[in-house]
Design a protein around this ligand. Structure first.
Ligand code: SF4
Length: 325
């Protein structure tokens, strides 16, 4: 970074009171309405659970921590969508545009024929306008990407790729089973086919320094991603990382609210201004979460980030230009 870099004055903030490029506002502009995701559990596994890449999975992962309560795993995709719609229409009255969200585990890990059948079943539902598909970078062979690109000509297709960290040592220590180059490669191949990619980042993994997390903003900004979902480390019951923390808490430092907000603001200031922020944090259900304990709900996080950015006189990308020098 140039040592004497000064961010531009507050009047240059292009994002209004939010101070970052928010996904929800973009979706409303693009589709004229809120688009709600209906989660679907399609029975996938993941290659670093079943032994193809590794066993045991990522040390932070217990998918029950991210599975909505309305999901019944033995139901068909159509039945799950019906159940999800009836829940979401009560929760968000007036919302009438939905996409099916293949969220748990690695939702492109399987034979193309099986993927086609599951995705087509979801798209055949009369109230479903598209798909969001969460997966790992090493489960995105060219035939799958080409099929998704074909679907994207007629439907909303959001491809969500777990990057989690841009630091190979950290990825290895959490048993991720792929490196950052694998993420960069999958993202580049997907984007080259015209797919909209959302990257997931998990901030605060053990061994990740503040400097390497902030360098992640620079590295992600150089990739052809459309959006980013930021998560802060939470310890989920039943995970290897939770057990590590219980036996040696100092080995797994956790953010308190203030630290998390400060880090997120630093990160957002360094992130390219064209990248949409689809999430700035996440919340594991209380019954599944071991730590950290915060006196702040997830719904308070985004406004507090905006308030902190306003206090600093900064916004998404206000320090980005300095990183390109
Ligand atoms: S986080 Fe994703 S890639 Fe890692 S074990 Fe869980 S499902 Fe597999």
């Amino acid at each position: 970074m140039a040592e004497n870099y000064q961010p531009p004055g507050d009047a240059a903030n292009p994002f209004g009171a939010r101070r970052y490029k928010a996904w929800n506002e973009h979706v409303k502009q693009r589709y004229g309405a809120r688009v709600q995701k209906v989660s679907v559990e399609a029975g996938f596994s993941c290659p670093n659970r079943d032994g193809r890449v590794a066993t045991g999975g990522c040390t932070f992962c217990n998918n029950d921590g991210f599975t909505p309560l309305y999901l019944q795993r033995r139901q068909s995709v159509t039945q799950q969508i019906d159940a999800g719609l009836s829940f979401l229409q009560r929760r968000y009255p007036g919302t009438n545009r939905f996409i099916a969200y293949f969220q748990s585990y690695s939702n492109t890990y399987g034979e193309l024929q099986r993927l086609r059948s599951l995705y087509q079943e979801a798209l055949a539902h009369p109230q479903i306008s598209g798909l969001a598909i969460g997966t790992r970078p090493d489960c995105l062979g060219q035939p799958v990407l080409q099929y998704l690109a074909e679907l994207s000509r007629e439907h909303i297709i959001e491809l969500e790729i777990g990057v989690e960290s841009c630091n190979d040592e950290v990825l290895s220590s959490v048993n991720r089973g792929h490196d950052f180059a694998a993420s960069a490669d999958a993202i580049a191949r997907a984007a080259a086919l015209g797919l909209d990619v959302t990257a997931h980042m998990l901030l605060g993994l053990p061994g990740e320094s503040r400097a390497s997390m902030l360098d992640g903003a620079r590295k992600l900004s150089a990739l052809p991603i459309r959006a980013l979902k930021l998560h802060q480390l939470q310890l989920v019951r039943g995970t290897a990382l939770a057990r590590q923390w219980q036996s040696d808490p100092a080995s797994v430092p956790l953010f308190d609210e203030q630290e998390c907000i400060a880090l997120l603001c630093d990160f957002i200031e360094r992130l390219a201004p064209h990248i949409l922020l689809q999430r700035v944090g996440s919340e594991v259900p209380p019954s599944m979460k071991l730590a950290p304990e915060w006196n702040m709900r997830l719904s308070e996080l985004a406004p507090r980030i905006s308030a902190e950015l306003a206090r600093r006189g900064s916004w998404q990308g206000s320090h980005y230009a300095s990183l390109q020098i």
